[in-house]
Design a protein around this ligand. Structure first.
Ligand SMILES: *[C@@H]1O[C@H](CO)[C@@H](O)[C@H](O)[C@H]1NC(C)=O
Ligand SMILES: *[C@@H]1O[C@H](CO)[C@@H](O)[C@H](O)[C@H]1NC(C)=O
Ligand SMILES: *[C@@H]1O[C@H](CO)[C@@H](O)[C@H](O)[C@H]1NC(C)=O
Ligand SMILES: *[C@@H]1O[C@H](CO)[C@@H](O)[C@H](O)[C@H]1NC(C)=O
Length: 494
């Protein structure tokens, strides 16, 4: 009798729990709330590109310099076989979906026939003064489905009114308008804070420029030291911080202020603004082509990839065309090796079901369907699904890959968060075969985190433990969209 009463009480308790729950979400548990800040649609599109390309080409290409003085004669600019189709074939071959052109560098020479200066292609011998590099660049890109971005240097060492605040800001904005109204969609505009001594007391009117840019191109991302859409990562080596938050406090950033680099390099877990970092680096030593420079080795490029894309960054790789107006053969060969290496490393996910992988997690949130928040979602090659734990229990969450029979060999682990729901993970650890051998650990994950392991690991089981994550309400858990287990044949370990 006593036992039956106890069972009855227990059933009653379960029923009350269930009825309480069903009163709240009558049909099914909806997805969790996002955790602010979150990316805009344009920022999300940009992040998923992973590798984009920069083309530094201009007066400096012909004078063997990195920073021109502005007093070069336009007659010097004369590439005899310039072919942007060749540039874009290279970009397409390495699966790049966004290419950024330097429309004007610090020397002030404009690569399009600007109505506001004589220092442009219009006054050069190239195409008898009828050339427009921005037009040729955008046409070649669009023909291959590649999106276009442009860099317009605020520092202008040629323009006579540089240093006069109102006059120069008008000049800059007028050039910006030419670029943003003549050539169709522009997806990224690149602006830095470099300044000449002449302009020490002159302010750039960034807010006027930014608001005008958004008015003319609503889906554009504005890059600068301080965003608003994309921030500089703080160095030109292509390395992001091991801790790297897309959130940051924009109010603390100043364009052109060199004391910000540490903050830019790692972002701010308390940051109120979503301003993800971009890692700009050149395939060669210089940004412009120089006869005596060679492209970086494959090993160096892969190192950059792991420390940029593998640390929640987009890699902006510069490939400078030579004075003939073509991308050099050496750079093309290296770029193809680089692409092939990345494809080789990530072609196979050893965690996949057809590789014998079985995924399990600490808990799983309910949904409309059983697989809405299932741990198996981390193996799907889509951009929407993710694993969500039941709720933000104290302690930790984990997700585990177990292999049916074989001992699996790997040396790279790939983790991705569902960043459209906000960046959350603050600390994670990865264990092989039980909870004793930690093979990797780190702080942030973000869009993508790649761990290159010290040596090849052979294991039956892999457990990813999320130790700490940002929480605003009791249902906030870490949301992982992908887990990859890979073998990198190019990595010799440490
Ligand atoms: C950077 O310098 C600015 C002045 O240019 C100053 O206001 C700011 O506090 C400095 N920031 C840091 C992090 O040192
Ligand atoms: C960024 O802003 C948040 C919210 O105001 C604040 O809590 C945090 O301390 C700020 N970060 C820094 C580094 O000041
Ligand atoms: C530029 O690169 C192309 C393609 O490799 C090559 O044919 C040409 O000679 C190069 N020009 C110079 C000046 O090196
Ligand atoms: C990773 O683990 C090592 C060894 O326990 C520890 O010293 C280090 O602080 C950890 N790093 C992170 C980011 O948790």
């Amino acid at each position: 009798m006593f036992v039956t009463l106890r069972s009855f009480c227990f059933l009653l308790f379960l029923f009350l729990q269930w009825s309480h729950k069903s009163k709240c979400h009558e049909l099914a548990t909806p997805p969790p709330l996002p955790l602010l800040p979150i990316p805009t649609a344009s920022q999300l599109k940009w992040q998923r590109r992973e590798i984009i390309m920069f083309f530094h080409f201009g007066m400096n290409t012909f004078t063997d310099s990195e920073w021109g003085t502005g007093s070069e004669s336009p007659s010097v600019f004369n590439p005899n076989a310039l072919d942007t189709n060749q540039w874009m074939d290279v970009a397409a071959d390495v699966s790049v979906s966004l290419a950024i052109l330097v429309a004007k560098h610090h020397d002030g020479f404009s690569m399009w026939p600007s109505a506001y200066t004589t220092h442009s292609v219009k006054h050069s011998p190239w195409r008898d003064g009828k050339g427009d590099l921005v037009r040729e660049f955008t046409n070649a890109a669009m023909a291959r489905g590649i999106d276009v971005g442009l860099y317009l240097s605020p520092w202008d060492r040629h323009e006579r009114c540089y240093g006069l605040e109102l006059e120069y800001n008008e000049y800059y904005l007028a050039q910006l308008q030419e670029l943003l109204t003549r050539y169709g969609s522009v997806w990224e505009i690149w602006i830095d804070g470099a300044k000449g001594v002449k302009a020490k007391n002159m302010r750039y009117h960034f807010q006027d420029w930014f608001q005008k840019i958004k008015q003319l191109q609503s889906t554009i991302n504005i890059f600068s030291d301080a965003g608003p859409d994309i921030r500089w990562v703080g160095d030109e080596q292509g390395y992001a911080g091991k801790t790297n938050w897309s959130p940051i406090n924009q109010s603390m950033l100043r364009i052109g202020d060199s004391n910000m680099t540490k903050y830019l390099n790692k972002g701010d877990e308390m940051g109120t603004d979503w301003v993800p970092p971009e890692c700009d680096v050149s395939i060669r030593k210089g940004w412009f082509w120089h006869k005596n420079e060679e492209p970086k080795s494959l090993k160096q490029l892969l190192d950059v990839y792991y420390k940029s894309v593998g640390r929640n960054c987009v890699l902006l790789l510069n490939v400078p065309p030579n004075s003939t107006g073509l991308v050099s053969k050496h750079d093309i060969i290296r770029l193809k090796e680089f692409r092939k290496a990345i494809d080789t490393i990530f072609a196979v996910n050893l965690a996949a079901e057809d590789k014998g992988g079985i995924v399990k997690a600490s808990t799983q949130r309910d949904g409309v369907n059983l697989d809405d928040f299932h741990p198996k979602n981390v193996l799907k090659n889509d951009d929407e699904s993710y694993w969500a734990p039941k709720d933000s229990i104290k302690g930790e969450h984990w997700i585990e890959i177990k292999w049916r029979d074989e001992l699996v060999e790997f040396n790279v682990i790939r983790l991705q968060e569902a960043i459209w729901m906000g960046q959350r993970v603050q600390k994670h650890e990865i264990y092989a075969d039980g909870n004793k051998v930690m093979i990797a650990n780190g702080t942030t994950i973000g869009y993508k985190r790649l761990h290159r392991l010290a040596s090849v690991v052979k294991a039956h089981k892999l457990r990813i433990v999320i130790k700490k994550w940002r929480i605003h309400n009791k249902f906030d858990g870490p949301l992982l969209s992908a887990v990859g287990v890979h073998f990198d044949p190019y990595w010799q370990g440490q």
